[in-house]
Write a protein that binds this ligand. Structure first.
Ligand code: HAM
Length: 417
């Protein structure tokens, strides 16, 4: 009997792994320019870390967490997200002692026991950033703009930034009271979960997936109408700065996010190319979380991108375009030429040129077919004739042109394009 991967858990294979590498490389490079540094935290954590920070009435904690007792009967959880772990590490290692300002980025697998569907998996990868120690609304805008620039640098199109303010512990209770009254009046329309959550955490009804619950939420009061002066001023600064930095946005008062730790700025990047699971990335401000997890009163802000979803759209966009040809295929004929070809391959690779070749003495025609199939940009011919003349034949697979090039000038010819 054959063994299969678990439901909702994917293998990453070529050619997708190539886009993943590009996506990760570009993130490291861009986030590095803003002075973010990498942090890696364990996949397994004390279960209490997530119940406390994400909130025990959220979908993630109530229904989706992979939790189990380890061999010592301790309750542990496979991380459903990265923020709680990064905050835990920051607090545990007292990274604030010297300087409360810290910028981290991370990438790695997260686990949520959701019903798998397009764009929704049980193991999925996130790439995220967290900034600690800066309470300014300008920071919010800069981080959001950085994410926007990142997506643009990857060539992503057709996405949207939706932004909201969730208010703060001073003004949110006013909204919650009004919202609760509205829910009370419509209680019989709500699903069982929402009825139950209404008393303890009314905000969660805003991210319920049941259409009727969504309708009830839609008809209710808007959080935007309940922001106090300070939250309103900060939200204006966020929007103004985003405009200044060239990021377009749409204010959407229903962006509340599925995790309890947020206040003030919250946002999502969405794409209609994704279908029902349309969020590529999401994040916001979480000023109370560091204290909640035992640290000092230090503010926090961050986001996470879903890598599978990002790669999915990039793939679809690129499939529509002509695939780019890269690298060299060395087509050798005869034993001597094979040995020489291996040497040349080594030299080209040393200069960062991707090289492929045949090892089995296949016919020239078969070698050409392979070069075409794997998308080589150049085919370099090397037979007894070329060997004696110390030249190689170079065919450009894009233009179709072919020329003889002295062996010593091969690198220069390849690098010309
Ligand atoms: P989140 O919105 O739960 O936020 O997840 C961020 C992104 O991860 C989503 O926008 C989506 O692209 C991807 N994602 C979430 N669940 C799945 C799934 N089951 N399958 C595939 N992709 C998924 C957070 O996790 C916060 N920690 C973000 C953050 C960082 N806030 C502040 N700092």
């Amino acid at each position: 009997m054959s063994i299969h991967a678990l439901r909702g858990m994917n293998d990453l294979m070529p050619p997708d792994s190539q886009i993943w590498q590009e996506v990760e490389r570009k993130a490291r490079e861009l986030f590095g320019r803003y002075r973010y540094e990498e942090i890696r935290t364990p996949i397994l954590e004390d279960m209490a870390l997530f119940t406390r920070s994400i909130g025990d009435t959220t979908n993630i904690v109530e229904k989706e967490m992979y939790v189990f007792q380890d061999r010592n009967a301790k309750w542990v959880a496979m991380r459903p997200e990265g923020t709680a772990s990064v905050v835990r590490a920051y607090v545990e290692h007292k990274l604030y002692a010297d300087d409360p300002i810290a910028r981290f980025y991370y990438m790695g697998p997260m686990y949520r026991y959701e019903r798998p569907q397009k764009g929704r998996f049980r193991q999925f990868y996130q790439m995220g950033v967290e900034v600690f120690g800066i309470a300014s609304a300008r920071l919010d805008a800069e981080v959001i703009n950085m994410l926007d620039l990142y997506l643009k640098e990857l060539g992503l199109t057709g996405y949207e930034l939706e932004i909201n303010s969730l208010g703060c512990p001073m003004c949110r209770p006013n909204f919650l009271r009004a919202f609760f009254d509205h829910l009370r009046k419509n209680e019989e329309r709500l699903c069982g979960d929402c009825k139950r959550r209404m008393e303890r955490n009314a905000l969660r009804i805003l991210d319920c997936k049941e259409p009727e619950c969504q309708k009830v939420a839609e008809e209710g009061p808007s959080i935007q109408d309940y922001l106090d002066e300070n939250c309103e001023k900060d939200f204006d600064i966020v929007l103004e700065t985003l405009g200044l930095l060239g990021s377009t946005y749409k204010v959407n008062p229903k962006i509340v996010r599925g995790l309890d730790y947020y206040l003030k700025t919250t946002f999502e990047f969405t794409s209609s190319a994704l279908g029902a699971q349309n969020a590529i990335a999401g994040g916001g401000r979480y000023d109370g979380l560091i204290r909640l997890l035992g640290g000092p009163n230090i503010p926090g802000f961050g986001f996470a991108i879903g890598i599978e979803r990002l790669v999915d759209i990039l793939k679809a966009q690129r499939a529509a375009a002509e695939p780019e040809r890269t690298g060299v295929f060395l087509a050798a004929m005869g034993d001597k030429a094979y040995s020489e070809a291996l040497k040349i391959a080594g030299q080209l690779r040393k200069e960062a040129v991707p090289v492929d070749l045949d090892y089995e003495g296949k016919s020239l025609k078969a070698q050409m077919r392979r070069a075409d199939k794997i998308g080589s940009r150049y085919v370099v011919f090397l037979g007894p004739d070329e060997l004696s003349k110390k030249t190689v034949g170079v065919r450009d697979m894009v233009s179709g042109g072919q020329e003889d090039v002295p062996l010593a000038g091969l690198m220069q010819r390849i690098k010309k394009t």
